[in-house]
Write a protein that binds this ligand. Structure first.
Ligand SMILES: [Zn+2]
Length: 232
């Protein structure tokens, strides 16, 4: 699907004028032309995505229980595994791999977990939000501090573990309290953006007061916090 194959000289000139006005600098014809074509390609990608989403929604009306997506490049919303043709099951909750879908069918995990990631923490979330590494997580699960829902693989071994907030009430906080913050850094006059963890912006103990996970973590400051992975 293509919106248009070429850009007219007038459109490139218009783009050049906007760029010069925005940046306060002179922009060459080549720069303006490249920028305009990049923008066009971006619009085409968005347009293609929109068309695909529309087609998917229409198919869902005909198959309300769901259907397999065609093509490659899909990701399971539960376990983040890459999936393709006849593996990516799509329904009103989102895209899932066959193993996670089976766990949903068996009610091991709720279907809504695929749609709302704010209702649960993944292992990766626990590591990035609280510095809980693999060893500590195993210990917390063994001690019953954290309760996982385990999606079994075909062999019966755990495929993925997720930690529902409702299963870990008063232990794990709502995810909006542990969201990373976007930070702007200006280097040589250029703005760069990156994410930093929530605990760099608040007093972690006050911020998560009442959530027991904090009773099991040690809060340290500065260089000391880098020494051990279970400290935040
Ligand atoms: Zn999966």
């Amino acid at each position: 699907m293509r919106i248009m194959a070429t850009l007219s000289k007038e459109l490139i000139q218009e783009f050049k004028d906007i760029l010069e006005k925005k940046t306060g600098k002179e922009v060459s014809w080549q720069e303006a032309s490249e920028g305009a074509y990049n923008l066009l390609r971006f619009a085409e990608v968005l347009f293609d995505c929109d068309i695909k989403e529309q087609q998917r929604q229409n198919k869902l009306k005909e198959n309300p229980k769901g259907f397999y997506l065609e093509g490659a490049g899909y990701t399971c919303f539960i376990c983040s595994q890459s999936i393709s043709d006849k593996q990516a099951w799509y329904d009103k909750y989102g895209i899932k791999c066959p193993i996670c879908q089976k766990a949903i069918d068996k009610k091991i995990i709720p279907a809504s977990a695929a749609k709302h990631k704010d209702g649960w923490y993944s292992k990766y979330d626990l590591e990035s939000c609280f510095n809980i590494n693999k060893r500590l997580l195993t210990q917390f699960v063994k001690q019953g501090i954290l309760k996982p829902r385990i999606v079994p693989s075909q062999t019966g071994k755990p495929h993925v573990q997720i930690f529902l907030i409702k299963d870990n009430k008063d232990i794990l906080p709502p995810k909006k309290l542990t969201e990373s913050h976007m930070v702007k850094k200006t280097i040589d006059g250029k703005d760069w953006y990156h994410l930093e963890p929530w605990y760099k912006f608040v007093d972690p103990l006050k911020h998560l007061k009442g959530y027991k996970i904090m009773d099991y973590l040690k809060v340290t400051h500065g260089e000391e916090s880098k020494k051990s992975s279970q400290k935040i």
